[in-house]
Design a protein around this ligand. Sequence first.
Ligand SMILES: [Zn+2]
Length: 395
Amino acid sequence: MAQKKSFSLDDLAKAHGIERKVEEKKEDYSKYEPKKYKERNNFTPKSFNSTLFTYPFNFVSLGDKVEKEERKLGKNSGKIECSLINYTPIFTGGEKSKSGKHTTEQFLEDRENYIISASTLKGEIRNIIETITHSCIRCKNEEIVPEEFKPCDNLKRLCFACRLFGTTVEKADENGNSAYSGRVYFSDAKLPKAKVGTSLTPLKPTMTPNEKLKKYYLDKSGRMRGRKFYWHHENLLSNKNNKLPYKREGFKPKDSVTIVQLIKSLKTFSFKVEFKKLTDIELGMLIYALELEKDLLHKIGRGKALGLGSCKISIDSFELFEESRYNFSSFTPNRKVEDKNIYLEKIKNRYLENNSQVKQLRVILNEKNKLDFSKGAYLRRDSNKGNMPEILSYK
Ligand SMILES: [Zn+2]
């Protein structure tokens, strides 16, 4: 008669090839208690705690004041041809289709090309120029914008961006004018479809942080923190925690899912920017905002928090048209190829050196940073929202 074996759950599990789960330790909530706040305020990147500070965005401070002047026309008209390379996958929304409760969004396209729209490009470039030149702020939460940064309302006193990109004011001047049109015209950026790989990627419904929450936009004293920019980081979609098992058999998500058509990394889009009657400083600013600096990237399209849309823009050609007979046809004999550095030099002293906003842009737009987004890039349910470190603390 066989001896009766004693057994434990561990043995039973082993016999069936099951790994027993050791009960997870309950989280120690005392670490969220107010007495620890002081520690978090002494934030340095070296003691960086990714569970507390992986906000996908931060704010470039507003600067002192909006510098307002009357618009003056310059002598520079011409054309800049650019290429845009996406360092991370990119998505700009085109056609939507619904199947059941799920929505699929295609990348914006025409017959032959994938497209980043002219307005998307212009919005990005205007945003950079607004930040550097302390221009006015047009946003949905207008009530949180400090008085001196409210949208321009007088054509005789316009901020840099309104002078360059145009604006509409409520009250007409003595000549009946209530608007200036912009003097910078973007084309769509195009990427020929042939040979381009795209992938349909489902996004978790909870992936959009509720950024409307005003508390993220205000500092502890209730003042607007500044203009929002997203950190660059590698595409978080490669992290399985952020991906839905959409194609796995038996996958039945409870919530509706948005599936987007992403363009894979390192594709080259082309676009051009035409401009009319810019001053030397305005042209310098436009050139700077397009190319930025070494290691600084734009963020374009949707899914910025996920790491999508980090892009480098380079100027391939820069031509000025002769003043009296400028003509936007590329066959005009009056064009001359110019050295863009002449114009960059003109904005250097006044706008790029000792400009606190440029210093902050150099940190947050840098393709390299010390943040760790490996666990996600969403706003966390910590009680520390008022203590978001300033951008320069991450330097
Ligand atoms: Zn303005």
